[in-house]
Design a protein around this ligand. Structure first.
Ligand code: SF4
Length: 373
């Protein structure tokens, strides 16, 4: 199993919280598509197999590209790769771009999963986040997707927004869960460096949420999703009817994947590569046949740390038998020893499998760090 991720680094405007690489100018859009085609050819032997199970168009905003532009990318990929019969082909989209015609166009080129950046169904909050859509547009986009025949739709929501009340968050969630969606990703609003939000906070224009609000919002998230039949399969991800994201899952299980486009990451044989997060440098590097790529080789300790961090975040937990077979008994002993430092309320052992408890899920990264070598 292997997958391909393509980063489309363009956005109409920057959302306050966002630190993904994207720019709000389209002048290099065609040059980007030309570079992407060349990068597809240059990297065609990177993956151990040319059979692809997941294809993910993310960004940035891939839905700023027309279906025919996206189709040229698909056709370039098909020169080198075989798409599996049940390929999961996801496109990230913003609600305001999802007209019925556009949705039909996406369907015609093989997109079968949508990840829609809704973030909230509250118009005031959407303005605060500098999103371009309103709540009515978001609801219509999800319903239109269903009408056009998309049965695998995910939406993103953000919680932990200062001064949003418990009732407002519940309403947001209930609205989301009443729509024809089978997957929900919910992220706490974090203040990343070099974002508009960080600047606004430093100027006193934004409030920072209290820690107690994070816990409150997370508890409501768990409660509302469970009541609607969603399974929490990862700290921030919930799926109904088994519709977990195969793309996300391949990241967490270290399946080989190839990332194309500026700032995209690739992973294979315990080596991580990433492209330069600068569109101009990306285009120039590809044009000269010398892509601007950095790489990190994960040694055994780093592999173990990542394994623990990623697996602990999922509902499958950390299987000590797997730790033994992958890394050896020294790592199992280390994990057992470190576990004595972890708050017993934050984890449970089910035979040889270690999982976070409900209370522990709020401290997933801290628990994992305690277990690191
Ligand atoms: S959150 Fe999405 S739409 Fe907003 S700036 Fe970031 S990549 Fe663009």
């Amino acid at each position: 199993m292997s997958g391909i991720y393509i980063h489309f680094p363009f956005c109409k405007q920057k959302c306050v919280y966002c630190n993904f690489y994207s720019i709000a100018s389209f002048k290099d859009k065609d040059a980007y598509l030309t570079a992407l085609a060349k990068e597809i050819a240059l990297t065609s032997s990177f993956l151990p197999s040319n059979n692809i199970d997941t294809l993910y168009f993310g960004g940035g905003t891939p839905s700023l590209f027309s279906p025919s532009e996206l189709e040229t990318v698909v056709k370039e990929l098909q020169k080198y790769y075989l798409f599996s019969k049940d390929l999961e082909f996801t496109l990230e989209a913003n609600p305001e771009q999802l007209s019925s015609d556009y949705l039909r166009g996406l369907k015609s080129i093989g997109v079968n999963r949508l990840s829609i950046g809704v973030q909230s169904f509250d118009d005031e909050i959407l303005k605060l986040l500098n999103r371009r859509h309103d709540a009515a547009t978001a609801q219509k986009a999800v319903r239109d997707a269903q009408t056009v025949g998309f049965d695998n739709v995910s939406i993103d929501l953000i919680y932990d927004i200062a001064f949003r009340t418990e009732a407002m968050w519940r309403t947001d969630l209930q609205t989301a869960l009443s729509l024809p969606v089978c997957h929900l990703s919910a992220y706490s609003l974090t203040v990343e460096e070099n974002t508009l939000l960080a600047r606004q906070i430093s100027q006193g224009k934004h409030f920072v949420p209290e820690e107690s609000d994070t816990e409150r919002d997370y508890a409501i998230l768990i409660e509302e999703t469970a009541m609607s039949g969603f399974e929490q399969y990862e700290i921030s991800n919930f799926a109904k009817n088994g519709r977990i994201s195969r793309h996300n899952f391949s990241y967490w299980t270290h399946t080989p994947y190839l990332g194309l486009g500026p700032a995209a990451h690739s992973f294979c044989d315990n080596v991580r590569h990433w492209n330069v997060a600068n569109l101009r440098q990306y285009i120039d590097g590809i044009a000269q046949g010398t892509p601007f790529v950095e790489k990190e080789i994960l040694d055994k300790n780093a592999q173990y740390d990542e394994f623990v961090l990623l697996h602990l975040r999922t509902c499958f937990g950390v299987d000590l038998n797997e730790v033994l077979s992958r890394f050896g008994d020294r790592y199992v002993s280390h994990l057992e020893k470190q576990l004595t430092n972890v708050n017993p309320a934050h984890y449970q052992r089910d035979g040889n499998v270690l999982k976070l408890t409900y209370a522990g899920r709020l401290f997933a990264d801290a628990v994992a760090m305690e277990l690191f070598v």
